[in-house]
Design a protein around this ligand. Sequence first.
Ligand SMILES: [Mg+2]
Length: 329
Amino acid sequence: MRPRGIEERIRGGIYGVAIGDALGATLEYLDRNEIGRKYGQLRDIVGGGWLSLKPGSWTDDTEMTLAVAEGIAESPDDPVPRIGAAFIRWKSTNPPDIGPTIRAAFHAWEQGGLSHREWHLAAERAHEMLGGRSAGNGALMRTLPVSLAYADPRTVFRRAVEIARMTHWDPIAGLSCALYCLFARELLEGTREKSMGIGLGLGAAFQRAKDLMSSLEGFREFEPAWRSVPEIRLPISVSALNPTGYAVNSLICALWAFTEHKSFEDAVVAAVNLGGDADTIGAITGGLAGVHWGYGSIPTRWIGKLTADQRARLDSAVQGILRVREGST
Ligand SMILES: [Mg+2]
């Protein structure tokens, strides 16, 4: 039997990414002062932005999340080649907004004549081309399906890092994804605990995700790199927010927006109005908020901006994730 709460939360997470992306895309690259002058506080999906989007259109964050979901659904025990194929199908549509790290990895993959089994080689070459800087948030923005499809935390960790490092070789990018996914997994699995009357505060859930990550066998290899990142503790203060494309900064902004607000709407509005990398920070906040509060918490005026085709693609990703979960239990 599929617990109803789980499906509602998985749909909330996937739609949450898309809605956060579509809301935030209007504000990408603006700073808080520019947003204040132009919009006051943006609370509606209006499109525009540097990509001149139609209201409801999403960007690379959602496209790559769908690619990850699709690859996992097709081949849960060996997702990298299928995800790579989905990335290249997306690239072939000539999207205007491929980020610099992903662009470099795509370039290295194509120039090297690599196979879909060799994405890690492409990422390593891209990392060198970029002067050792590949801890951008382009892996974090697409990682949510990992936390929804796999139940075992060791698998969540391994797949999150492995899928991140298809394009982002820096271990900090991979570990940001792993921590985010382990936290999202706590939120998802919390459904059962709450129904048993145990309940979990968000601070305790995040602490559990951190403890879990540092206890995993696979973490040891990356521990030295992670030590250079200041410890992330809740609550996060406003003065710690820096909405740039560095994975750790984006993660901190999303954790603040999610844990310091009481509803999906308020969390995602707070995230995108930080400006900077607003669509990505909106997407990763929307993923957490959607998993925690469920699909029903997403304002219908926002869902209504998506076309039937967009909703069908999101629903198909949800169904694929549910099939993987059923196969693994
Ligand atoms: Mg984007």
